[in-house]
Design a protein around this ligand. Structure first.
Ligand code: M6R
Length: 365
């Protein structure tokens, strides 16, 4: 049921304050400053012994895995790798006994993710799923896991599943971190910050009209760059994927500083760059990357923090998001990135819910 919305994608974008709430429900343990999960099916000792994590997924779910890598390494100090499931299934990487494998998937039916998971299981490794669809093949075959509780995602472009996956990864990193080096006050700070997220996402949605206007200005360009650093690098990849899959515009995501090693050659008046540049650890560095693009006459759309006045003088267009901790930036910046690709695709007359050549679950190899 679409309600007042024109497309499922838009409806699902607007559901995110609620779906993020659902991803947290019953999982926050304020007294112990940690998260808890009902279905991991592992003893505290097994969880404590994990010395490496492999996250495997495809597409958008792979992007949330990248955010997960940064989180698990920062909060839990567990070495983590993110593998494309289509590669992992045929590679033969050494995997130690205490490595935990997580398959991340909205549908739970992606053929490559299922095959990668089966291959790891066949070798005797415990495999867990981070999945949305209850009772799906991957959910059933995994040794345990965590559901997203995001409700059905109909639009082919993944939106609410992405933010829920990130929210689950934050809680997982908090949980594993609190079994290791993360202190009680540090755990409390993370909890306080994530509890504010649903309201902050609501605030991001208020930019919808502004983003529609900005989309009008940019919908006829044929090449885009998406740039961000640290937690915003996966966000940039995800923004670019969202634009290309529903608007058929060529878009590339890069870590912003990597630009000078090649992609900057693409920058001209006809190639807009979307900079994901909220204030944080390396804000000044990203700003200097942004200035390099402006110096080459590249149009810039910046996704920045509320109150950042300086950026309005440099970027051509600015979309403001609430000022949050670095690790929460992929959540608040996802909203404008999703809305930007949605409006551009609609203005170009594309079928946003069912883009050409794509299926909601990729059940073939
Ligand atoms: O259902 P899954 O999360 O396993 O799907 C993986 C990808 O096929 C999926 O994320 C795809 O990239 C989306 N259409 C992106 O919006």
């Amino acid at each position: 049921d679409l309600g007042d919305f024109e497309h499922y994608m838009l409806k699902e974008i607007f559901e995110q304050p609620q779906t993020l709430e659902n991803a947290m429900r019953g999982r926050i343990d304020e007294d112990e400053a940690t998260a808890k999960f009902g279905g991991l099916n592992l003893s505290a000792q097994q969880l404590r012994n994990i010395d490496r994590v492999v996250l495997t997924a495809c597409g958008t779910s792979w992007h949330s895995g990248l955010v997960g890598e940064y989180l698990l390494e920062e909060f839990a100090r567990i070495p983590t790798e993110v593998e494309y499931a289509s590669e992992l299934r045929y590679r033969n990487p050494p995997i130690s006994n205490d490595t935990m494998i997580f398959a991340i998937t909205q549908s739970g039916e992606t053929a490559d993710t299922l095959a990668a998971m089966r291959e790891c299981k066949r070798k005797g490794h415990p495999t867990l799923a981070i999945c949305n669809v209850v009772g799906s093949s991957i959910a059933r075959e995994a040794d345990g896991g965590i559901y997203l509780h995001a409700g059905p995602e109909v639009g082919v472009a993944s939106t609410k599943a992405f933010t829920s996956q990130v929210m689950v990864m934050i809680q997982l990193a908090l949980f594993l971190g609190r079994m290791r080096h993360l202190s009680y006050p540090a755990g409390r700070r993370i909890i306080d910050a994530i509890q504010k997220i649903p309201d902050q996402i609501q605030k991001c949605l208020e930019c919808n009209d502004l983003i529609k206007d900005i989309s009008n200005k940019y919908c006829n360009f044929n090449n885009f760059l998406y740039l961000g650093r640290l937690y915003n690098f996966p966000g940039a990849l995800e923004g670019a994927l969202k634009l290309k899959e529903i608007s058929y515009i060529h878009a590339e995501g890069y870590p912003a500083a990597e630009m000078k090693h090649g992609p900057i050659a693409l920058v001209d008046e006809e190639t807009p760059s979307v900079f994901v540049v909220p204030r944080g650890q390396i804000y000044p560095k990203v700003m200097s990357n942004l200035e390099e693009v402006k110096a080459r006459k590249g149009p810039v759309i910046a996704i920045a923090c509320e109150g950042d006045k300086k950026i309005a003088d440099i970027a051509d267009d600015v979309i403001y998001v609430p000022d949050v901790e670095d690790f929460l930036q992929p959540l608040v910046t996802a909203i404008p990135l999703q809305l930007l690709s949605y409006h551009i695709a609609v203005l170009r007359g594309c079928n946003v819910d069912r883009p050409r050549n794509l299926a909601k679950s990729v059940t073939v190899e």
